[in-house]
Ligand binder design. Structure first.
Ligand code: ATP
Ligand code: MG
Length: 374
């Protein structure tokens, strides 16, 4: 069953939590809704579940408009960060509870609880109380309780954020496997880009109540739609440099650009668009795409700078390079033979095919051979 959200707007007093928010999750798809704290993710989930009503907009489950349906008739299951199991009930009773509430015959309940607990590998502790379980086990019981009704839509709102890092990684894989096994249409809320990238078929990136981009993890990483997405997805974040075009020498196929007092040259055919002189642009490049240069031949923009900071990030080294009075860029490298002494002069290179171009006013990605106005 697919889930379609159209033009949702929701205010809390003067706070606009959702602003014309639209999203479609295909039948059986695992969609992650990724965005920073306060951007409106939980508000989306609460509207879908029917806990609150949107001020404007429609929610469809399959072909049915569900705006007017009470939560219990929407056939939506939810799992939250605090799994809120009933402490006085056994694991079995916790999972059976939603079925008992629906007056399902006893034998049928037994069968369904058995099936779901096999799926989640929790059969061996069905008689325990929640306080006798680990965090990961509790979270699996919460998943079982949500899924035992065989709902049409599965909503998870940061379900792993109470777990420690190791368990979180483990449960990420478990949830993904489970979702594929029962192929239930899933909307998974997170502010953790790694979680979104590792679990979801597609990701919707949102900010300030608005969808910024929807696509596969690869598409979002390789072709971010705007500077927000480019900055939010990827770790460490993309570097951004403000540039202005000071000369377009179309005869010599060169564009001279200026960045913070430095002149740089870019061949015209490396720009995805024609730029008028005095136009500002933003270029973005990921830390792992910048190279330390030793010889002069390089097919990209070269920049000189001084190492100002280094940090070891597991296999990668993060090196911060001061390239202007108030400008620095971050570079990551796995090459441990390099000398990263603070204060050392270095030349780094940004390959043309790794540079992203953005329009500074809107932050939107510049693509194709478009001309932009001043
Ligand atoms: N009941 C409420 N009354 C007033 N404002 C609210 C209420 N609930 C949420 N908000 C505001 O609406 C905006 C969106 O909140 P929401 O809970 O949807 O964000 P979120 O993306 O889930 O954030 P987080 O990642 O921190 O959980 C925030 O600015 C929040 O302060
Ligand atoms: Mg939230």
């Amino acid at each position: 069953m697919n889930l379609r959200i159209e033009n949702l707007t929701r205010n809390y007093g003067s706070v606009k939590a959702l602003d014309n928010f639209s999203l479609e999750v295909k039948s059986g798809e695992f969609m992650a809704l990724l965005g920073p704290s306060g951007c409106g993710k939980t508000t989306v989930v609460r509207c879908i579940a029917g806990l609150i009503n949107p001020s404007v907009g429609q929610i469809y489950i399959g072909d049915q408009l569900v705006n007017q349906l009470p939560p219990k008739d929407r056939d939506v299951a939810m799992v939250f960060q605090n799994y809120a199991l009933y402490p006085h009930m056994s694991v079995y009773d916790n999972i059976a509870f939603p079925l008992k509430m629906r007056k399902i015959p006893k034998q049928q309940i037994k069968d369904k609880v058995k099936n779901i607990s096999q799926l989640l590998e929790i059969e061996s502790f069905l008689s325990r109380k929640p306080k006798e379980l680990s965090g990961g086990q509790m979270q699996r019981v919460a998943l079982g309780r949500a899924l035992v009704r065989e709902p049409k839509i599965f909503l998870m709102d940061e379900p792993l954020s109470n777990l420690d890092a190791k368990l979180r990684t483990y449960m990420r894989a478990e949830i993904k496997k489970l979702q594929k096994k029962i192929s239930i249409t899933t909307l998974y809320i997170t502010h953790d880009q790694l979680e979104a990238i590792s679990m979801a078929d597609r990701i919707a990136v949102m900010n300030s109540g608005l969808v910024q981009q929807i696509g596969t993890a690869e598409k979002i990483y390789r072709e971010p739609a705007n500077t927000f997405v480019a900055d939010f997805v990827g770790s460490p974040s993309m570097n951004f440099l403000k540039l202005s075009i000071i000369e377009s020498d179309y005869y010599n196929d060169n564009v001279a650009i200026e960045s913070n007092g430095r002149d740089l040259q870019i061949p015209i055919n490396k720009l995805p668009f024609k730029l008028p002189v005095e136009k500002n642009i933003i270029i973005g490049i990921r830390p792992r795409d910048i190279l330390f240069l030793t010889n002069e031949d390089f097919n990209g923009i070269k920049v000189k700078g001084k190492i100002s900071f280094t940090e070891l990030l597991g296999d990668d080294s993060l090196v911060e390079i001061k390239i202007g009075i108030d400008e620095s860029i971050k570079v990551t490298t796995t090459d441990i033979s390099l000398d990263f002494t603070i204060g050392k002069d270095v030349t780094v290179g940004m390959p043309y095919d790794k540079i992203h171009f953005f329009e500074p006013r809107t932050g939107n990605r510049l693509v194709g051979l478009q001309s932009i106005d001043r």
